[in-house]
Design a protein around this ligand. Structure first.
Ligand code: NAP
Length: 301
């Protein structure tokens, strides 16, 4: 048997627990892995709460991004072999907070030896989101980007993806994350009362991309900093972004390979700040759900 962290009832954290199952087998287009690390995302808590629907069959395995070692390859699946180190997105809701799971091969890549399993586990969701946000508008080197929520899992990656692309980068985060943001080479602007004025001082000409990871009122407040409404792109709140004239994050097929290359080449560091054993998965989730993460949290089976 194999341990997995599951949702047994949609709602609060009381509806989640450790459970046992047979290690799942891969179908065509899938690879089975022994999990080495799994990234924790705000979406995990939202999924448990039913924000993405409550029609799914329970128990529902949690976790949306993982790294591990291939134990079996589904029929006709090319590009992977037993024993490969890989990173990717779990198939069929089979979860990542588990000792064993199955990944969708088309949403997985071989892990370069230069990347640790913990760092690799942050790339299928957080890494690709950061990459897509920064590249969605096709900016060129020298243009300016403002990242709102710059000290969180995706935001901190986005600062570095933007710098690697030659953009001028400003990060908005709470004062406690100043060093974290500035270490990426970005200009730091503290969030909170008066933030719009501070951003205006930092970027008097406006920014060519407002990459948002917070949404709601903080996004509305900073919207005028964008040189045009279409320069607003949000991973956190597509509805507010659209109401302002911008858009939500669009997923691109090449993002996983591209962000993996940036990490391999040392241009982007996922900055894993918390590594929590699977038996304490609930604590890891609670910390991320509190909404003020610093870098990434991963679960280690
Ligand atoms: N669409 C997608 O595919 C996709 C994929 C990944 C993530 N997301 C979404 O993107 C968002 C960010 O994800 P994440 O993983 O980076 O989350 P995270 O690690 O929890 O980071 C969120 C950051 O937001 C900041 N924040 C919270 N309230 C704020 C406020 N009022 N003003 C300014 N900053 C504030 C926090 O920093 P401070 O402590 O400094 O305030 C925190 O560092 C979430 O909503 C997530 O669901 C969407």
């Amino acid at each position: 048997m194999s341990t997995v962290f599951v949702v047994t009832a949609y709602g609060g954290p009381e509806g989640q627990q450790l459970s046992e199952r047979e290690a799942p087998a891969p179908r065509a287009g899938e690879i089975a892995i022994e999990v080495r690390a799994a990234g924790v995302n705000p979406a995990d808590g939202k999924r448990r709460e039913g924000a993405f629907g409550t029609g799914g069959r329970l128990p529902l395995a949690m976790g949306l991004e993982a790294s591990g070692v291939v134990t079996a390859v589904g029929e006709g699946t090319e590009g992977f072999a037993v024993g490969d180190a890989v990173l990717g997105a779990p198939a069929r809701g089979l979860g990542a907070f588990a000792e064993h799971t199955v990944l969708t091969a088309s949403r997985s890549v071989v892990k370069p030896a230069e990347i640790s399993f913990a760092d690799a586990a942050t790339l299928p969701v957080a890494g690709t989101t950061a990459y897509d946000l920064i590249h969605q508008l096709g900016l060129t080197a020298g243009q300016a980007v403002l990242v709102l929520g710059a000290g969180g899992g995706v935001g901190h990656l986005a600062l570095q993806v933007a710098a690697a692309h030659g953009l001028t980068v400003i990060g908005v985060a709470s004062e406690s994350k100043r060093v974290l943001v500035e270490a990426t080479g970005a200009a730091f602007v503290p969030s909170g009362a008066g933030v719009a004025g501070r951003v205006r001082e930092a970027a008097p000409e406006g920014v060519d991309l407002l990459a948002d990871l917070v949404g709601g009122e903080p996004l509305r407040e900073l919207a005028p900093a964008a040189t045009s409404p279409a320069a607003i792109v949000s991973a956190a709140d597509a509805e507010t972004a659209a109401a302002l004239g911008g858009a939500g994050r669009e997923q691109s097929a090449g993002a996983l390979a591209a962000v993996t290359s940036l990490v391999r080449d040392g241009l982007v560091d996922p900055h894993v700040t918390e590594s929590v054993p699977l038996v304490r998965a609930a604590e890891a989730l609670a910390a991320v759900e509190a909404g003020h993460s610093r870098g990434k949290t991963v679960i280690i089976p």
